[in-house]
Write a protein that binds this ligand. Structure first.
Ligand code: A3P
Length: 328
């Protein structure tokens, strides 16, 4: 029994979750397959039902969505700095929230039920929120016309896998789990079967890509970005994103270099070296803040996977995406 995406309730999920397919080989969480995707048990038991029961979207909300390790932290920083640039000028505000806090503390995940209960509802509009949930698990009122605008970032699956494997090894200790025993080979095989947090990765990406094609105008739209394109031309992507979020850069701002200032503030080197991200802890989850910043390049997979493994994963993904009109 695998469940469906029909509005999950706390009582319903408490009964259903123990019967769902279980995967315990991906540290640090036990995963269960629900409606075609592998999710941490805690998300299925608490986060998802809380989201469906409580979350009241506002038309001005912006939702940042991603498969884990695809550039979420960067997207959060860029969107936050852009949306709040009047209150917090990127270059001159020495006390800018991104200089004091990890981007994940500035923009909270919707499926973390404590965030829903204590933080998100109290935020002033326009709210900036985030999710790793697949599109099909979002409440109907989030994806319907008039719902939040959604910005999605996708990344080459090979780099997402390697980034995730290294993150798991570094961050698992925070959850009291020894991540060092998790080998690349094991991570690779599980990822190819879609058995990883929020996996299969390509299905996650495809759902948002299809939604971005379906919805244009009338609210609930999805802006589909690629991490590799953002690396290639961060300023152009940031301008597109600002326009989509409803806060386009004015000609004066562009001429005054505000776009570049935000790109600079949110660069990997800058964020990585800020006090809060060096040795601070992400206080909500207890994950080491520095674990979110590593190399930030395209193609680093080849340092950790053989060319054959790369080809095998490409083939798995290509086969799964056949006929969809989408490719990485
Ligand atoms: P690598 O492990 O390949 O370096 P997420 O934020 O979704 O968890 O993804 C993490 C990946 O994004 C990591 O990739 C990390 O280094 C990279 N990243 C974090 N901050 C970034 C930034 N400001 N600019 C570019 N990449 C960044």
């Amino acid at each position: 029994q695998e469940g469906t995406a029909a509005a999950p309730t706390h009582a319903g999920m408490a009964e259903l979750v123990p019967a769902l397919p279980l995967e315990t080989r991906c540290p640090p969480f036990a995963l269960r397959r629900y409606a075609g995707f592998w999710q941490p048990e805690g998300v299925l038991r608490r986060g998802l039902p809380t989201l469906h029961a409580r979350f009241a979207p506002r038309p001005t909300d912006v939702l940042l969505a991603s498969f884990p390790k695809s550039g979420t932290t960067w997207l959060k920083a860029l969107a936050f700095a852009t949306l709040h640039r009047d209150a917090h000028p990127p270059s001159s505000d020495a006390d800018h929230p991104l200089r004091r806090r990890n981007p994940h503390d500035c923009v909270r995940f919707l499926e973390v039920d404590s965030a829903l209960e204590h933080t998100i509802e109290a935020l002033p509009s326009p709210r900036l929120l985030a999710t790793h949930l697949p599109y099909s698990l979002l409440p109907e009122r989030v994806v319907s016309a008039g719902g939040p605008r959604i910005v999605y970032v996708c990344r080459d699956p090979k780099d997402a896998l390697v980034s995730s494997w290294l993150f798991t090894r570094k961050a698992s200790a925070s959850a009291g789990v020894d991540g060092d025993a998790f080998s690349m080979q094991e991570a690779f095989e599980l990822f190819r079967e879609g058995r990883c947090c929020c996996g299969p990765q390509w299905r996650h990406v495809l759902e948002y890509c299809e939604a971005s094609r379906r919805r244009s105008g009338g609210g609930g739209e999805v802006l589909f970005l690629r991490y590799e394109e953002m690396l290639r031309d961060p300023a152009a992507n940031l301008k597109t994103m600002a326009e989509f979020m409803g806060c386009p850069f004015s000609e004066e701002e562009v001429a005054g270099g505000v776009v570049e200032e935000i790109v600079d503030l949110c660069s990997l080197e800058k964020l990585k070296n800020m006090e809060a991200n060096r040795d601070g802890r992400w206080n909500v989850s207890g994950i080491r803040s520095d674990a979110f910043f590593r190399k930030g390049v395209a193609g680093d997979w080849s340092r950790h996977m053989s060319p054959e493994m790369g080809k095998m994963l490409d083939k798995t993904v290509e086969d799964a995406l056949q006929g969809s009109g989408f490719s990485f």
